[in-house]
Design a protein around this ligand. Sequence first.
Ligand code: MEV
Length: 432
Amino acid sequence: MGTKNSRIAGFYQLSPEQRLQEVKSFDGLNETDLTMLRGGNGILSVARADKMIENVIGTFELPLGIATNFQINGQDKLIPMAVEEPSIVAGASFAAKLARVGGGFRTTSTRSLMIGQIQLVDVPDIAAAERAIMAQRAEIIKLANAQSTSLVKLGGGAEEVEVHHFADSPTGPLLVAHLVVDCLDAMGANAINSMAEAVAPLLERLSGGRAYLRILSNLTDRRLAKATVVLPPAALARPDMSGEEVIQGMLHAFAFAAVDPYRATTHNKGILNGIDPVLIATGQDWRAVEAGAHAYAARAGRYRSLSSWHCDADGNLVGELELPLAVGIVGGATKVHPAAQAALKLLNVHSARELAEICVCAGLASNIAAMRALATEGIQQGHMALHARQIAMSAGATGTLVDLVAEQMVRERTIKPARASELLQELIDVFV
Ligand code: MEV
């Protein structure tokens, strides 16, 4: 059991600066780390940004929040989340609090195996090409590994070759060679792409065909992270509903996502609501994870829920989420973006797998929050207060006027820009 406690009572009531001090004492961050997490003031300088992507004209900021209450494999974690949507951080924190009652989240993960694909066309004899490629596996792997000596030195690198045959495609038969690479703590895109490009000429010689695409696959189904959670009925009980009734509702919510792709898409979006913000805060390629997650959701031939839920013999609601999570803690934006580095330090992760396991817990927590709300009072009630604040601000309210306008709109159950402007004008006329 860890000694840190991520249950910080009243965290949401503190000022951003007070929250930052709580975060500092949680994980021994120093003043420089806090400066990075505080953001603004050119933390990601335009000069640095100009080295990250092309045609830079500036930087773009997002709110950075902290999800509290997480307990993962007995260790408490504060989870940084960069996201623009209200209720995500609150929902994940709330669900993590419920999860603590049943012992928190438990996780596992696979090795960091990724696939590089080399497309071969105009192969004269498919069977002979497959044989020739497999006979030269060791040579192909050696050539691939010559591209990434650092990965190999650390015990990773290319370790297997596979060949897939598509008898028919819009441009005729295809042979696709897969290079299976252990990326260890790197996301691995650069290493894999270099390897795929390097082995393509050899594959052309062996197959007698022509190599076209040489690129990693974002369907990283051998790089999975999994989280499970047990929610006792007592944790889910509400003043107006028993825990058993809430569980029944949540099982219906899961059943809907299990059979209907229209619902499963939204259900999975809710899961990614928890994952993407952690990916962004830690400088990951979140588009890669999104692509992999949705493809994985369709792996059985029909798009379905990424999480699964059932009731155990003791009447607890048990949830499980597994998905591909290609993340890295070395290289890429993790090293270039100062706030991403501080976020990784806060998470105190020492491997890409640990980071992936935290992400999958954040996803499962978001899923719990959404299913519980949807199966009970509906999603709008919780959203309303924060949404009202956003509308008030977009109407021009600042300072205490934001709360006054927002509270009145919630009371009236009319959260509209036009009403926000009217209320703001009334308040300005009275007070200013
Ligand atoms: C909104 O961002 C996410 C939800 O739609 C997820 C879901 O429906 O499960 C609430």
